[in-house]
Write a protein that binds this ligand. Structure first.
Ligand code: HEM
Length: 147
């Protein structure tokens, strides 16, 4: 590893993958909570419990893990000087799409918190698939490096 990370490259990559796993665990679980929350009456004990779970999942797990995954990923990319690599550019594009999905999840969480959810459980089932597809693309791009 002859970039600026030197012997720490693999440690940084390991921490990057750990943060990426935590990010995806949260991004795949949050829409599941939205699906169940749709069936809970506004103001009920169950709905209030879902609000706490959604807030903690987003703020205590997804937000910090995604930030760490991004910072360490950018360090790895800088070490490799991979910016002109096709796989890196495509991975960054999918990560930006994951960021956009994160933005919508944050907004829908706020709507639930204000008892103003406007979507159906079916809608959130479809939304649940998007982070899955993005994750599959991201992992194939970085491991296979097809272009
Ligand atoms: C700004 C966001 C990101 C950047 C800049 C980035 C960049 C990188 C770079 C440069 C590597 C090292 C590649 C190598 O050593 O061959 C890497 C490894 C990896 N990244 Fe990311 N990454 C980002 C986000 C993610 C996300 C969100 C995931 C998962 C969903 C992810 C999954 C992985 C995996 C599994 C590896 C290990 C690949 C291997 O060992 O061959 N990354 N990333």
């Amino acid at each position: 590893m002859d970039g600026f990370l030197g012997d720490y490259y693999l440690w940084v990559k390991a921490l990057h993958v750990i943060a990426a796993i935590a990010t995806m665990a949260g991004m795949l679980y949050l829409p599941r909570l939205f699906i169940y929350h749709c069936d809970a009456e506004a103001g009920s004990k169950q709905s209030e419990t879902f609000k706490v779970m959604e807030r903690r999942l987003l703020r205590a797990i997804i937000n910090p893990a995604m930030t760490v995954a991004m910072i360490l990923g950018l360090m790895l990319a800088a070490d490799l000087d991979a910016w002109s690599e096709g796989w890196m550019q495509a991975k960054l594009a999918l990560f930006l799409a994951l960021g956009a999905v994160h933005g919508y999840f944050s907004r829908w969480r706020r709507d639930f918190a204000a008892d103003e959810n406007r979507h159906t459980a079916k809608f959130y089932r479809y939304m649940n698939e998007i982070p899955t597809v993005l994750m599959i693309g991201i992992v194939i791009l970085v491991i296979v490096k097809p272009f």
